[in-house]
Design a protein around this ligand. Structure first.
Ligand code: MGD
Ligand code: MGD
Ligand code: SF4
Ligand code: MO
Length: 731
């Protein structure tokens, strides 16, 4: 490798995408070109970039970058476009907006903005959000594909969304259970793996509960417990059974800090329904042996302090909320809340850095006084129901009839469930506008496609996921490539065309200064450096003398300081769920048989459970087309040897994966690293249908059901499929 050119300027920034991390990227810039990217080599803990960040130059300078505004020339989805001027593009978008509003009203515009940028202060989906709000409103979306089950559970159980410990606390534990958790690949805050490695070196026992033997399990775990997807709640409930019947639960903790444990105990012991939730009961559901369940329960109850780490995947199932409610209940039963080395099994890290609200300035602040409040009250539809909304409209009970779809910062055709339905829906609307950096499967449906710059071409400030202990100034490294602009600049020009005044009267720098000043009131740890010093340094790391622990005040006051729930206690039983109950969920965590789970009648036709995972070579579908990253690992389906042999499938064979919703083709990886009965495919490969509608790109969402769990969890790990061999690898 060549030596760095010492005459190059080093510019500090990071990636703004939804990768779960936030690391330092140092761009070496010479003659206006990024020559190489390095990362943090400063004080510990270093914020070291992953392979995606280090490969980012191939994304910025990709020949596939969207260079100019384009208008569609072929059929929607076909991907034929021709170059137009910015003026023509903006005129056309403004025309579509005014015509839709005049003819059908504001609700006829559906805005989908998703996770292209997360935690950024200025350059994100709020640019369009603000514009459409100032135009009088639009139909919005609700729900998070990531953690809705966990959010719901933390809110219900603890009344808080900062129910976790900072990562340095790993070293205070005696047992760490990674439950459906694979931070070595699906990053969960920069440095999580580093702390896991140190925990392992210290001899702390680590267990992985996962249908797959992941890289995290291989690198850090002493034990791998494979479990059938979407059945985790049954195992947790059976662990509670062991703890109760063997007297291992912390009754004093439960008496002091929790509400309604008796009702849960009655359910567990079967007093209320004559069905004791024994390890044998759970074995028949989960596929985990009763002996393994019993041993883990004893270890979790006695190796105190212990961490039960949960985040997303097991809750991304039918009734996934129950998994998180049950995990939090186990944390309470073992008294692992509010103590070093414990973990409440809730959402969010205990806060150190900037509060999540610090990134929402563009909409929350500087709202012009003449904006009617009503304009902000939008109808909203869950992200799993958007295609159904478009197809059925008010006749199907939805709040609007959609005529225009405006998409930025997301690739919903690819990333939201039921891609074939998305294709049908998007073929029927009157107009579609997309802001993008590439011609993604979603962008192919645009009537007008507008080119957006990357973070290297603009200034911003970013906070990491979940109020982590640092903040990064994203310094502009190079000028905008081609004719690209930021979403904010596009919307500013559109506002002008539409005659909206006051949309954006500040420069990029003035906005950021303003937000930074506001952020000073939104930090958990003060003081922040002044703006110019921060911009020059690029990174502000917050020093912590000790790990940050959630709920210490409640625990140290022996219950005198209440939890922020209606009862003031940790709500194992939720009165709110009992009374309000628009979700139909029971007030205590119980195991509810999931649809498209291992015992669904549909298994007669589609016997394999498909899980859809997050991989190290991409951020969802983002970076799909970066060549260096494609070399890292091929896009394959994991299938156990037993299931492969039944279907005459060998290593490397081309296979067809299908159900009633659609079919994809992909290469088989026959492996013992996934349990029998389960197959997995990484989410995010670009949808690429052939003339028969079979997706040759291997996009999982072709197969997934567009349904959410009662409280709103995105059920991307509840899906049944069958597989057949297409072509032998040796043919
Ligand atoms: N490299 C990379 N990192 C990322 C992302 C990315 O796309 N790429 N995306 C980021 C985002 S937005 C998110 S939301 C997070 C997602 O983070 P996670 O939800 O943690 O990631 P997943 O890969 O979906 O799932 C983690 C593990 O859970 C297992 N699993 C799946 N279903 C079940 C189940 O029902 N039970 C159990 N016990 N295990 C199950 C999978 O085999 C997988 O190993 O990752 C973030 N980090
Ligand atoms: N089956 C299945 N589906 C899933 C998941 C799963 O586990 N299984 N995971 C879900 C999860 S957790 C998430 S968070 C979602 C993610 O869903 P999306 O947010 O739709 O995913 P991305 O592929 O990251 O799409 C972001 C797009 O934004 C574009 N972009 C980047 N920067 C900018 C910018 O500055 N401006 C504009 N206008 N565009 C920009 C990128 O080029 C990219 O195409 O996917 C969900 N989908
Ligand atoms: S993609 Fe995420 S984890 Fe990787 S370097 Fe960028 S910010 Fe860090
Ligand atoms: Mo996510």
């Amino acid at each position: 490798m060549s030596e760095p050119d010492s005459s190059a300027k080093v510019v500090i920034t990071t990636c703004p995408h939804d990768c779960g991390g936030r690391c330092v990227l140092k761009a070496h810039v010479k003659d206006g070109v990024i020559q190489r990217i390095e990362t943090d080599d400063g004080e510990e803990p270093q914020l070291r970039a992953c392979v995606r960040g280090r490969a980012y130059r191939q994304r910025v300078y990709s020949p596939e970058r969207l260079k100019y505004p384009m208008k569609r020339t072929g059929k929607r989805g076909e991907g034929s476009f021709e170059r137009i001027s910015w003026d023509e593009a903006l005129e056309t978008v403004a025309h579509h907006l005014t015509r839709t509003i005049e003819n059908y009203g504001n609700d006829a515009i559906l805005y989908i903005g998703y996770s292209g940028n997360t935690g950024t202060f200025l350059h994100n989906q709020l640019a369009v959000f603000r514009l459409l709000t100032m135009l009088g409103g639009f139909t919005a979306t609700w729900g998070s594909a990531s953690f809705w089950g966990s959010l719901f559970s933390s809110e219900t159980t603890y009344g808080s969304l900062t129910a976790g410990h900072s990562r340095d606390d790993f070293l205070n534990s005696r047992l760490i259970i990674m439950w459906g958790w694979n931070p070595a690949e699906a990053v969960q805050i920069t440095n999580t793996s580093w702390y896991l490695a140190r925990a392992r070196e210290k001899g702390i026992k680590i267990v992985a509960v996962d249908p797959r033997f992941t890289d995290s399990a291989a690198a850090f775990a002493h034990q791998w417990i494979p479990i059938r997807p979407a059945t985790d709640t049954a195992m947790l409930v059976a662990m509670a059974y062991v703890m109760i019947t063997e007297g291992l639960h912390d009754q004093e903790f439960l008496d002091t800090y929790t509400n309604g444990f008796e009702k849960f105990r009655d359910y567990v012991l079967g007093t209320s329904d004559s069905l004791p939730k024994t390890p044998a009961w759970a074995e028949s559901i989960t596929g985990v042996s009763a002996a393994t369940i019993t041993t883990l329960a004893r270890e979790y109850a006695t190796l105190k302090p212990a961490k039960l780490l949960t985040l997303g995947a097991p809750g991304r199932t039918a009734f996934g909320e129950q998994f998180h409610r049950a995990a939090a209940t186990l944390a309470a039963m073992s008294g692992n809340i509010g103590i070093y080395g414990g973990e409440p099994a809730g959402f969010g890290l205990c806060s150190v850095g900037l509060q999540p609200i610090a990134g929402t300035g563009l909409i929350a602040r500087k709202m012009p006084g003449n904006l009617p409040e009503g304009a902000r009250q939008r109808p909203s539809v869950h992200i799993t129901k958007l295609w159904d909304l478009i197809i059925k409209g008010t006749a199907g009970g939805y709040p609007a009839d959609i005529k225009m779809v405006y998409i930025t910062n997301g690739n919903p055709v690819n990333q939201f469930m039921n891609t074939n339905k998305a294709v049908r829906a998007l073929s029927s609307v009157e107009s579609i506008i997309v802001h993008e950096q590439f011609i993604t499967p979603t962008a192919r449906f645009a009537d007008i496609l507008l080119p957006v710059n990357t973070q290297f071409e603009r200034n911003d400030i970013i906070r990491p996921w979940q109020a982590g202990p640092y903040v990064i100034y994203m310094n502009k490294a190079i000028d905008c490539l081609h004719e690209s602009k930021s979403d904010l600049d596009i919307c500013t020009a559109l506002a002008e065309k539409l005659g909206i005044s006051g949309y954006n009267d500040l420069s990029e720098d003035a906005w950021l200064r303003d937000f930074w000043d506001a952020a000073k009131d939104m930090t958990y740890t003060k003081p922040l450096p002044d703006y110019d010093a921060f911009k020059a340094k690029g990174v502000h790391k917050i020093k912590q003398a000790k790990p940050a622990i959630a709920f210490t005040e409640q625990i140290q006051s022996h219950g005198r300081k209440p939890f922020p729930t209606p009862s003031g206690k940790i709500e194992i039983y939720s009165q709110t769920l009992e009374e309000k109950n628009d979700t139909n969920l029971p007030p205590i965590p119980t195991y509810i048989e999931p649809w498209e789970g291992p015992r669904d009648a549909l298994t007669a036709r589609y016997p394999l459970q498909l899980i859809t995972t997050h991989c190290k070579r991409r951020i969802h579908s983002n970076m799909y087309n970066v060549g260096w990253l494609s070399e890292l690992e091929p896009h394959v389906l994991w299938i156990n040897t037993i299931d492969a042999h039944k279907r005459n499938i060998e290593q490397g064979d081309m296979i067809r994966v299908f159900n009633d919703r659609g079919a994809i083709t992909i290469t088989a990886k026959v492996t013992e690293r996934i349990m029998p009965g389960v197959v997995s495919i990484d989410q995010g490969a670009w949808y690429s249908p052939d003339q028969n509608g079979v997706d040759r790109g291997g996009c999982v969402n072709v197969l997934l059901k567009d349904e959410h769990s009662p409280a709103g969890a995105f059920c991307s790990n509840s899906c049944l499929v069958e597989i057949e061999k297409l072509k032998s690898s040796t043919a």
